[in-house]
Design a protein around this ligand. Structure first.
Ligand code: URA
Length: 239
């Protein structure tokens, strides 16, 4: 049984602050199991009690997880005075609860997960967890088997230790090569620095998967959707 104060419940389920919740309670707009309830401290059983605001059922959705197809040209931050941020694209009613899991560079596109569960986000980013992230990468010049072997061994990107073993799949190799790279760390500019360590330049970078969740290719850059129940289960089991 999950018991919670009514004002906290309203804030989480209704996407408002606790003080806004208290104000709503005072107006008599909130009912619990059909009876007007004005006490913020009233304990709610999130599985059993039915809480309504203005006659409308407030769905209890404590865990919120979105996938966002980040376009190039915005920064991964919750706010910024001068630059466009990923949050500018999110119109979800509970947007205020969310924060991005990790960072993508301003010119990187692709999958960015956004959660309202700080502990889980923290676990996913922990260097100890080794959560897999896969990138589609366009690289100037030929990418070779030697590059794949070097990445499998670990390369020196100027940190204390070499990178952990990473998997490089060469899709095609030529003047402009296309590859998929899976890494289990998240160092600053890691993919670009790994290729730079091999004397190569990344011209396009897109994250296509993270923690077992694949980017939904039906989302255009700038679009988002909530994770499905099945994707949430996968996320929970991977971290
Ligand atoms: N590696 C990079 O170099 N940039 C990113 O945005 C993500 C991984």
């Amino acid at each position: 049984m999950d018991l919670m104060r009514l004002d906290k419940y309203l804030a989480l389920a209704g996407g408002c602050t606790r003080s806004e919740a208290k104000k709503m309670l005072r107006t008599g707009a909130v009912t619990v199991d059909g009876k007007v309830e004005k006490r913020p401290e009233c304990k709610i059983d999130t599985e059993k009690n039915r809480v309504c605001l203005g006659g409308k059922n407030l769905e209890w959705q404590p865990f919120l997880a979105l996938m966002f197809h980040k376009p190039a040209g915005c920064i991964t931050a919750t706010s910024d005075r001068s630059q466009r941020t990923v949050m500018d694209y999110i119109s979800h009613e509970r947007k205020g609860e969310l924060f991005p899991v990790g960072r993508l560079d301003a010119d990187t596109e692709g999958l960015l997960l956004m959660l309202n569960d700080g502990d889980m986000a923290h676990r996913m980013l922990s260097p100890k967890r080794h959560v897999d992230k896969t990138y589609y990468v366009r690289v100037e010049g030929r990418v070779t088997r030697e590059d794949a072997e070097a990445f499998a061994q670990g390369v020196d990107i100027g940190e204390k230790n070499p990178t952990l073993p990473a998997k490089l799949v060469i899709l095609n190799s030529g003047d402009l090569s296309e590859v998929e790279l899976t890494i289990c760390e998240g160092k600053f500019h890691q993919v670009k620095r790994m290729f730079a360590a091999r004397g190569k330049h990344v011209s396009y970078l897109k994250r296509i998967s993270m923690a077992g969740i694949d980017l939904d290719e039906s989302l255009s850059p700038g679009q988002w959707r909530e994770l499905t129940e099945e994707e949430k289960e996968r996320l929970w089991s991977s971290c």
